[in-house]
Structure formats: C-alpha cells, structure tokens
Write a protein that binds this ligand. Structure first.
Ligand SMILES: N[C@@H](CCC(=O)N[C@@H](CS)C(=O)NCC(=O)O)C(=O)O
Length: 209
C-alpha cells in the first residue's frame, strides 16, 4: 500500500507530497531533478508522464496519476477523509472545486509558459511573451486573493486550497509580492507554514525557509 511520488523539492510535487503526509499515506519520493536543464531529469519525468511534468504519482495498484487536482480528489476518495476536500453535501464544496480548478487551469499554466518562454514564442519575442505571462499571473493571483476567506481559503475550514496557496505563493512572483498585493493569500500561506502536520514537508521542499 505504498505510493511513489516523482518530483523535485520545491516544485509542483510538493502539492502532492503535502497531501500524502497529511493523510498519513505510506509513500516514497523519487527525485527527478531539474526539468528545465537536465535531459536525464526530463527523461525520468517522461517515463511517467508524456508531458514530462511532475507531479507524477504511482498508486499502490501500479496505476500512474498526473495532474495535481485529480490526485487531490482521488486521495480524498481513497482515504474517505474529507479534511482536505469538502464532501458533496458541504456548503464549501462548490467554491472548493471552482478555485481548485482555477489554480490548476489558470495559474499553474502561467508557470509552464513563463518558465521557458522560448518553448512557446519565437526567439525574438520570447522575453516579452514571458513578461506578459508573468503580469497575467499577477492578475490571476489578485483574483484568487479577492475570493479568499480567513483564516483559510474557505473560511473556518482548512482544505487542499490552502496547500496550493502555501506552495504557489513561494513561486514567482513570491511571498514578498503577495504580502504587498495579496494579503489574504499571504496570511493563509503563513498560517500553513506553521501547520505542524506539514512542517516537515515544507522544510524538505523549501530548506531556505
Ligand atoms: N497541471 C499540472 C501542472 C504540472 C506542472 O506544470 N509541473 C511543472 C513543475 S512545477 C513541470 O513539471 N514543469 C516542467 C515542464 O512543463 O516541462 C498539475 O497540476 O499537476
């Protein structure tokens, strides 16, 4: 009954690692490496995901899952534990699904497009394209901030959205920008940093604090 997570410290695999830890699921993390610069890392990721992206999670039955939101929902189903995913009868369910998909369908791709913009735009336009995507990401975070409650995204109830906020606010444009522009997200992130069940995961993935 062991899960194998393919990932790189601090990258998107942290979203799944945090949930495996939260649910107390037995798992191993296999480090893939730097997908932007290391062809071996890219080959390792492609062995589990044709897109060459992490996270990739091999389930105890041998199936591979990618897509962090799908994994989030599946782990809640498997464990029967609704602590990270409000159940169908809970009032927060609709908002949870809406903003979970918003994070992976809108915000996450801005990292894909701006991490290596030369993959998506001609060489002479890549820098400008990347900069535009980074500006767009800021707009997306502000919209997410306006939807956020306190002390957690859904209000009194913690959920996997708080894990997304905690991890994604560490990525570009980073925590200092969020403190100035997305105060609700910044507060959620700081609170989640201190969540004892997740502290070892944050420490392993973000050793610089
Ligand atoms: N929709 C995917 C996005 C995964 C993703 O973009 N992962 C990044 C790392 S944080 C990646 O593997 N990037 C390498 C690439 O796109 O080549 C999810 O939610 O899991």
């Amino acid at each position: 009954m062991r899960f194998t997570l393919y990932g790189t410290p601090g990258w998107g695999s942290v979203l799944v690692e945090a949930q495996l830890a939260w649910h107390g699921l037995d798992h191993e993390v296999v480090e893939v490496g730097d997908l932007f610069s290391d062809p071996e890392a890219q080959a390792k990721a492609r062995a589990h995901n044709p897109l060459g992206q992490i996270p990739a999670l091999v389930l105890p039955d041998g199936q591979t899952m990618t897509e962090s939101a799908a994994i989030t929902l599946h782990l809640a189903d498997l464990t029967g534990d609704d602590s990270l995913v409000p159940g169908p009868a809970e009032p927060g369910r609709a908002a949870f699904l809406r903003w979970l998909v918003y994070c992976v369908a809108n915000i996450y791709p801005t990292f894909t497009y701006a991490d290596l913009p030369e993959r998506f735009a001609p060489e002479d336009a890549a820098q400008a394209f990347g900069d535009n995507v980074k500006d767009y990401a800021k707009r997306l975070f502000v919209i997410l901030d306006q939807a956020a409650g306190a002390p957690f995204f859904l209000g009194e109830r913690m959920s996997a959205l708080d894990i997304y906020v905690c991890a994604m606010t560490r990525w570009r444009p980073g925590r200092a920008w969020h403190a100035d522009n997305c105060p609700r997200l910044a507060a959620i992130a700081e609170r989640m940093d201190r969540e004892p069940r997740l502290a070892p995961v944050w420490a392993r993935n973000f050793p610089d604090g």
